[in-house]
Write a protein that binds this ligand. Structure first.
Ligand code: NDP
Ligand code: 13P
Length: 339
């Protein structure tokens, strides 16, 4: 009993811990692995994750663990919640330690660094085809989830039984609604592109623009996301759900979003390094912008907001000049079918 669990979570940052709290609060024995033994010792001693979610108690059924082999032997259900730039690395470390019956789900939001590939491609390259895969995506700030505040999320995967089991593990009639979805690609892409648009919304607010500009960015950001998604084989309707519109609204409008705060700081004149240091946690959209931009170029998909965020982050363009360029684009109709 001591070394078994219903699910193992890899990644003891803010979101991995929040999901582990949520699972354990549902009555499931949940192992939480982190790569820093000292950090895991602190979790055990404090019975909270003071570094990432201060003041939120860890339930008794949440077991912090520093040994990856022990964590992966404990359960066949493995939930990966590390930033996208180390996803491949962590999965490579995990692979020789996985059980034959392991099933892998991730809540990582992003694309592979440099290549812009979806996380599913990284997972397949590392693991081959034998393990069922799934993704969790939607508007879920770690702090609110961990505090048991009402939240909704979507899930999709390659194996209907795995998806169903994950819904059972995560769903709580008191706190967390989990929607099953069949668009594996769409859910992954929504989580990556919203990071970029959230930086754009932050830039706009940081410059001093208002609600009109922010809302226009969300709306046209949704159009960009849908265009890219459809080019990759996702269903357009997915982006009207949790992993599209839902996550865009959340991260573009609330200062809990690190991507939005990053954009805000840049819009007020801060440089990239200082803005990242001040946030002190992962700002996925910084790298993601380059990857989404590269992916869009490769597929020939027009993404003007992403393009301007890219110019600000990587080409030294001023946020004001980026905004001017967006505003001065040629007139067009709102729907492509009317063009
Ligand atoms: N926070 C949120 O509200 C949400 C986050 N997400 C997504 O979840 C993912 C994780 O983000 P989040 O938890 O917020 O990020 P945090 O910055 O809060 O935590 C990241 C965690 O990953 C750890 N880590 C870094 N490198 C490695 C590695 N090589 N091996 C193992 N662990 C490593 C970090 O450890 P260390 O501190 O030692 O570097 C830290 O514990 C991201 O893709 C994010 O977009 C999705 C929905 C909501
Ligand atoms: O993905 C998130 C909420 O759904 C968290 O957003 P940030 O990474 O911008 O903080």
């Amino acid at each position: 009993m001591k070394n078994t669990a219903d699910i193992t979570v890899l990644g003891a940052g803010s979101y991995g811990t929040a999901l582990a709290i949520s699972l354990a609060s549902n009555g499931h024995r949940t192992m939480l692995w982190g790569h820093e033994p000292e950090h895991i010792e602190n979790l055990k001693n404090d019975k909270s994750n003071e570094a990432f979610l201060p003041g939120i108690p860890l339930p008794d059924l949440l077991i912090p663990e520093a040994d990856l082999a022990t964590a992966l032997a404990a359960s066949n259900n493995v939930l990966v919640v590390v930033p996208s730039h180390v996803f491949g690395l962590v999965l490579t470390q995990a692979k020789p330690l996985l059980r034959k019956d392991s099933r892998i789900v991730w809540a990582t939001k992003g694309l592979e660094p440099e290549t812009g590939r979806l996380i599913q491609d990284v997972a397949r390259e590392v693991l081959g085809d034998e393990f069922p895969l799934a993704v969790l995506s939607g508007p879920t700030f770690a702090k609110e989830l961990a505090a048991g505040m009402p939240t909704a999320i979507s899930i999709a995967g390659t194996d209907p039984q795995f998806t169903k089991d994950l819904v059972e593990l995560l769903h709580s009639p008191k706190r967390l609604r989990v929607y099953a979805n069949n668009d594996f690609i769409g859910l992954q892409l929504g989580g990556a592109v919203k990071n970029v648009i959230a930086i754009g919304a932050g830039l706009s607010d940081g410059i001093g623009f208002g609600a009109n500009a922010r809302t226009a960015l969300i709306t046209r950001g949704l159009v960009e996301l849908t265009r890219l998604g459809e080019a990759l084989g996702a269903q357009g309707s997915t982006f009207m759900g949790m992993a599209g519109l839902g996550d865009l609204v959340l991260t573009c409008t609330d200062n809990q979003s690190r991507n939005r705060r990053f954009g805000l700081a840049l819009g007020k004149g801060c440089d990239v390094e200082t803005a990242q240091d001040e946030i002190g946690q992962v700002v996925e959209g910084y790298r993601n912008t380059k990857e989404v931009y590269t992916l869009a170029k490769r597929l020939g998909v027009e993404m003007p907001i992403t393009e301007q965020v890219y110019q600000v982050l990587y080409k030294g363009k001023s946020p004001v000049d980026a905004a001017k360029e967006l505003l001065s684009r040629e007139q067009k109709s709102e729907t492509s079918s009317a063009e």
